[in-house]
Design a protein around this ligand. Sequence first.
Ligand code: FES
Length: 222
Amino acid sequence: MAARKIAPDTPELRARWGNFAFDADTKAKADTAIKRYPEGRQKSAVMPLLDLAQRQVGRETDTQGWLPLPVIEYVAEYLDVPVIRVLEVATFYTMYNLEPVGKFHVQVCGTTPCMLRGSDDIIAACKKRGMKPGHISDDGLWSFTEVECMGNCATAPMVQINDDNYEDLTPERLDKVLEALAAGETPKAGTQEPGRHTSEPANALSSLKDMVTENHDYRGEW
Ligand code: FES
């Protein structure tokens, strides 16, 4: 499990983030999210609001974004809930960064299917670039977290970088992705296996062959 600790509440943190408020774009999106919930249930919007807040912090810092304590307090006030209710959500889900991160947050899956398909080599490739847990690279580009399964086991090993997943990785393929990001390009997300489109079988089809041409109903054959 990724190490989760919230950034210390310091005078510097308060000075930088104490006046945080949603900008017009974030506010419009936050209010739309709140309206999706029935009357009296508006506090259920805590997850989208935390995500929007993190993205705004990201825009303001040219990073993936994170959640300083004053920002968490702002979200609590916006939803009129106790800060602890927002804090417990923010600290539970690894999609929320509790400490500053780099422009690109490289989250490497190290769970069993990815591990069996070479995630140790992917982690080593990250370390070669100076990435290590809880650290932002000197150029401000990279931060690194090892995380649990992100649901791409069929195209393991994989990493998530900001909003995109990169799958079927080798150290060389990861290097290409990182080089492209560092150069300001947008590398193709998803599988990096030549000829593979998504998570279809990498080789010849071995099951569900009748589904190739039509939506075949197998239930009577079970
Ligand atoms: S084990 Fe890595 S995505 Fe599932």
